[in-house]
Design a protein around this ligand. Structure first.
Ligand code: ARG
Length: 508
């Protein structure tokens, strides 16, 4: 049946979807509408959707596919819609399914016929893939800045505690003394790799799906390189099927998020341990603790616990999207609409966790005397004794290890630390031991001796902390100059997107 030439309304036509309802005589059931709609989630893509449409319309006009006049009307309309959304004056409608159709419908409402030309040579499939890449790219820039800030907080504290010994653990058993600064810098290295993963992800995602249309490309003489350039992409995607049907950019982002969340969770766990009463290595500030409603003495590290817990959400998001994508035939399938919720959720959890960790690290006070006292306990310098036996006593390491083990057993039986044994007691086990050995058994001597590259010697730690501080300051200064951070749209704020959307939808 051909379309009625004048688009005269048919029975129930008013209920059919204005964007795609041409072949439908009736509207969807309420349940169909509910399950199909994504506006409650994807409204957060509005900035990217408008950016994408502005670039698309400009290209259509330059290619002579729409008139310059229509393009001007479209651009003006989209900018006015951006202001409406910004001001909270836009009525999102569930009946219009998603952000793309909400904005397009409003555009036509505002500017008439020209609005109906915007979707020429485009499908929601390449549109949503473009919007989502842009959104994740903005998110990456915001998260990268937050990671750098958290690293800066850690490096500053590391510089201050470069020479403060604490017990280093393996198996959470006292192993060897390290400095608190060295321990904090370990996390700086981890977060630095998290930034590297984000940079890799950004590089690979930075291709524009626009022009792929539904799946096969388009018969219109479009210029995808132009839209790609206008949106700050490195170029268009090479395969239209791939462009609309893969979400590996989101998966890669979530994998990076999951790894980073695990890093933050490990630090959060250490914070919980360090501020527990038996440890008391650090105290968190009032600003980052809560009290108990029944136990007046309590100061709970809730923020650290919640950072630890939010890791579940972030890794869950990765598993969720992997599961959505698994087994989907090419090209687009509606399953893929479920890609945004996990990404938004992971970004919110990650961004908040980073802010909480940076805040806790900046605010915490370290009890350096207590850390130092514990650094030497539990025979923490036994390895230093064995190393002394190798270096000065000329014993093979295995022999030195065995001799030291016997000395530890002796000290343990006498209820003292190694330095509490007398020279005579030591010589009873190993005659080559001299008075000089005691100089190797202090925690300061122990950490100072670890001068191997990457080791815990205070001079090394101070150098590393200073290197990071300088690097991070340089990055903070250079980023805006290089135009990074907000590439493609200097006005778009990084996530978390503060705009919240009502769960009920005002109908227009
Ligand atoms: N809201 C949809 C999504 O996020 C947009 C794409 C819809 N495409 C389609 N062929 N129905 O996936």
């Amino acid at each position: 049946m051909s379309e009625p030439p004048n688009f005269a309304p048919r029975p129930n036509d008013a209920d059919a979807n204005a964007q795609w309802g041409g072949r439908f005589a009736a509207g969807p059931s309420a349940i169909m509408q509910r399950i199909n709609a994504s506006i409650d989630v994807d409204a957060r893509l509005w900035r990217q959707d408008i950016r994408g449409s502005l670039a698309h319309a400009a290209m259509l006009a330059r290619a002579g596919i729409i008139s310059a006049e229509d393009e001007r009307a479209i651009a003006g309309g989209l900018e006015a819609i951006a202001e409406e959304i910004e001001a909270g004056a836009f009525g999102f409608a569930e009946a219009l399914e998603d952000i793309h159709m909400n904005i397009e419908a409003r555009l036509t409402e505002r500017i008439g016929e020209a609005g109906r030309r915007l979707h020429t040579a485009r499908s929601r499939n390449d549109q949503v893939a473009t919007d989502f890449r842009l959104w994740i790219r903005d998110a990456i820039d915001g998260l990268d800045a937050q990671l750098a800030d958290t690293m800066r907080a850690l490096a500053e504290r590391a510089a201050a505690h470069a020479a403060d010994p604490m017990p280093g653990f393996t198996h959470l058993q006292t192993a060897q003394p390290v400095t608190f600064g060295h321990h904090l810098l370990a996390y700086v290295e981890m977060l630095s790799r998290d930034r590297g993963r984000l940079a890799d992800c950004r590089r690979r995602l930075n291709q524009s799906p626009l022009g792929a249309a539904a799946l096969a490309g388009t018969s219109f003489p479009i210029d995808p390189a132009a839209t790609a350039a206008a949106l700050g992409f490195d170029g268009p995607c090479a395969n239209s099927l791939d462009a609309v049907s893969d979400r590996d950019f989101a998966l890669e982002f979530l994998a990076a998020a999951a790894i980073s969340a695990v890093h933050l969770s490990r630090l959060a766990e250490e914070i919980v341990i360090w501020c527990s009463a038996p440890f008391r290595f650090i105290a968190l500030s009032d600003a980052f603790t809560t009290g108990s409603s029944i136990m007046p003495q309590k100061r709970n590290p809730d923020a650290a616990e919640l950072v630890r817990a939010k890791t579940g959400r972030v890794t869950g998001a990765l598993v969720s999207l992997l599961t959505v994508m698994k087994g989907l035939p090419l090209a687009y399938a509606k399953d893929m609409q479920e890609d945004k919720q996990p990404v938004f959720d992971a970004v919110d959890a990650w961004a908040l966790s980073l802010a909480a960790i940076a805040g806790m690290v900046r605010d915490m006070t370290a009890d350096v005397a207590r850390m130092r006292a514990h650094a030497g306990a539990g025979f923490a310098t036994a390895t230093d004794l064995a190393d002394w036996l190798v270096r000065v006593g000329r014993l093979p390491f295995r022999t030195a290890h065995h001799v030291t083990g016997r000395l530890v057993a002796l000290a343990e039986a006498s209820g003292v630390e190694l330095a509490g044994l007398t020279l005579e007691e030591m010589q009873g086990v190993a005659p080559e031991i001299t008075e000089d050995v005691f100089s190797a058994l202090t925690v300061d001597a122990s950490v100072a001796s670890r001068t191997s590259p990457g080791g815990t010697a205070p001079a090394n730690v101070a150098r590393q902390a200073a290197r990071w501080a300088a690097l991070l300051v340089a990055v903070a200064l250079l980023l805006p100059l290089a135009g990074c951070g907000k590439r493609g749209n200097p006005t778009a704020p990084g996530p978390p997107d503060q705009v919240t959307y009502p769960k009920t939808y005002p109908t227009r």
